[in-house]
Design a protein around this ligand. Structure first.
Ligand SMILES: C[S@@+](CC[C@H](N)C(=O)[O-])C[C@H]1O[C@@H](n2cnc3c(N)ncnc32)[C@H](O)[C@@H]1O
Length: 236
């Protein structure tokens, strides 16, 4: 039985990364998803019989439970303006599967190791061939660490010749230190400074404009993000 993530379908860039790793190692490599939530980015590895580890701090995303979803009758896409005010949506509580349930339902438990762990506070003493994180760095749970610290903590678990992929959130207004504090939101080109000569940058893209995102679970108002994407390989 195929299950779904509350975060929707994985983007094609995840499959490109899996294929890049498969070209080098077949399915014989280790992957790690930092902030695996209910498995949006982890299940595709397990489905391809690749050994994957996931860390997260959210009990419901890990073990299942109830989450509040906004009731949106008609999806409307808004253009960005700095003082945008979202509609207030009514919420409905829905039962969601955690990643453990999803792995069991898809009979994939043997490919995955799931651990409740505050990754940035307690970095595991392990190395992986592929490390992936999507939008975990800006969480308030991680505000005690600078973005440089957090980026290096991710690098620390990548083995030699391995890949690190980071999807990250950027400040929409780079001068706004209140709404976009520096320990949560990267500034333009900032992340590149944290990759030394041990790394080859394979791809790097930062959006100039914010993109609209409709209200969703865990953020139940319409809002905007500005994203950055980086793929690097550890060469030393
Ligand atoms: C935005 S969600 C990922 C959502 C989804 N995968 C997506 O991008 O569409 C980021 C996940 O990172 C987790 N996370 C944030 N800080 C973490 C930490 N210090 N250790 C482990 N997980 C963390 C959160 O609990 C959350 O489940």
């Amino acid at each position: 039985m195929k299950t779904k993530s509350i975060w929707g379908k994985p983007p094609t860039r995840l499959y490109k990364l899996i294929n890049l790793a498969k070209e080098k190692w077949g399915t014989n490599f280790s992957a790690c998803i930092v902030g695996c939530s209910d498995g949006k980015f982890l299940m595709p590895f397990a489905r391809k019989k690749i050994k994957v580890t996931g860390y997260d701090i959210d009990d419901i995303a890990l073990y299942g439970g109830y989450k509040d979803f906004p009731i949106v009758y008609k999806k409307v896409k808004y253009d960005y303006k700095p003082n945008f005010v979202s509609k207030i949506y009514k919420l409905e509580s829905k039962r969601v599967y955690g990643i453990i349930d999803r792995l069991e339902k898809e009979n994939l438990t043997k490919y995955a190791t799931i651990e409740k762990r505050d990754f940035y506070r307690n970095v595991p003493d392990k190395k992986y061939n592929v490390v992936f994180t999507s939008c975990s760095l800006h969480y308030s749970a991680n505000k005690d660490f600078s973005l440089k610290d957090k980026t290096i903590k991710l690098q620390d678990i990548v083995s030699k010749d391995g890949y690190l992929y980071i999807d990250y959130m950027m400040a929409i207004d780079e001068k706004d230190e209140i709404n976009f504090p520096r320990e949560k939101f990267y500034r333009k080109n900032e992340i590149i400074n944290y990759f030394n000569s041990d790394w080859e940058i394979i791809s790097f893209r930062e959006n100039h404009s914010p993109s609209f995102e409709g209200a969703h679970v865990d953020c139940t108002k319409d809002h905007f993000h500005r994203f950055g994407y980086l793929l690097a390989r550890r060469i030393k």
